[in-house]
Design a protein around this ligand. Structure first.
Ligand code: GAR
Length: 211
C-alpha cells in the first residue's frame, strides 16, 4: 500500500488559536507573527472559557476573540461542530492548540487532519495526558521537555514535528520543571508554525520530515 504523504502549504496562512488558560504559547506565536517571522495572521483566538487570561491578552493585542461554553451545547460533537463552523467561516488554514484543555472529537480531528498542531509539556510518547511534569519527576527521568505534534484522534499521539529537551533536576518541583520546559515551548511552537507555512513539513505516516 502506498503511504499517504502530506505537504504543509507554502502560503500566507490564517491561524486560529484555541486556549483555555494563561496563553503564553499563544503570545509566543503572536509575537513571532508580529515580528514577521511567521508568514501568517491570527484570525481568531478561541476559548472554552470566557475568563481565560489568554483571551484578554488577545483582545489587548486587537485580535478577534470568541468564547463558547460547552455547557450551551448538548454534547461534545455539537460543541466541536460550532468551533469548526467558526473556523470554516474564517477560512482557517491551521488551528494551534495552546493550552486548550479539552479533547477534540474524532470528527474535529478528521475535518482538520494535518491542520491542527498541539504543544505538550513532555517528550511524547512518554507522559501523555495531564500533570505530566509531576509524572516525569515521579518516574525519575533525567530529561523531559516538550513536543509540538499534529493532532490526531488518539490524544497526544499525532506525528511529532519538533521536540526540545530539558534536564530534570533533583530538587525540581512540578512548577520549577514546568517553568524550564515552558521556555523551550515558546521557542519550538512558533518555529513549527513557521515551518508549516513555509511549506516545509512533509508528513509520511508517523514521521514528519523538515524540508
Ligand atoms: C503549556 O505548558 C502547554 O504545553 C500545556 O499547557 C500549558 C499552557 O500554557 N498543554 C497541555 O498540557 C496540553 N495537554 P499557556 O496557556 O501559557 O500556553
Amino acid at each position: 500500500m502506498s503511504e499517504e504523504v502530506f505537504h504543509s502549504p507554502k502560503k500566507h496562512g490564517r491561524i486560529m488559536v484555541l486556549l483555555s488558560g494563561r496563553g503564553s504559547n499563544f503570545m509566543a506565536i503572536a509575537d513571532a507573527v508580529s515580528a514577521g517571522k511567521i508568514d501568517a495572521e491570527i484570525a481568531l483566538v478561541f476559548s472554552n472559557k470566557e475568563a481565560a487570561p489568554g483571551l484578554a491578552a488577545a483582545r489587548d493585542r486587537g485580535l478577534q476573540t470568541l468564547a463558547l461554553s460547552p455547557k450551551d451545547y448538548p454534547d461534545k460533537v455539537s460543541y466541536d461542530q460550532a468551533i469548526i463552523r467558526e473556523a470554516e467561516s474564517r477560512n482557517i488554514d491551521l488551528i494551534c492548540l495552546a493550552g486548550y484543555m479539552k479533547v477534540l472529537t474524532t470528527e474535529f480531528c478528521s475535518a482538520y487532519q494535518n491542520r491542527i498542531l498541539n504543544i505538550h509539556p513532555a517528550l511524547l510518547p512518554s507522559f501523555p495526558g495531564l500533570h505530566v511534569q509531576q509524572q516525569a519527576i515521579d518516574w525519575g527521568v533525567r530529561f523531559s521537555g516538550c513536543t509540538v505534534h499534529f493532532v490526531s484522534a488518539e490524544v497526544d499521539m499525532g506525528a511529532i514535528v519538533l521536540q526540545a529537551v530539558v534536564p530534570v533536576l533533583q530538587d525540581d518541583t512540578a512548577d520549577s520543571l514546568a517553568e524550564r520546559i515552558l521556555v523551550e515551548e515558546h521557542k519550538i511552537y512558533p518555529e513549527a508554525v513557521r515551518l508549516y507555512f513555509e511549506g516545509r513539513l512533509e508528513v509520511r505516516g508517523r514521521r514528519v520530515f523538515i524540508l
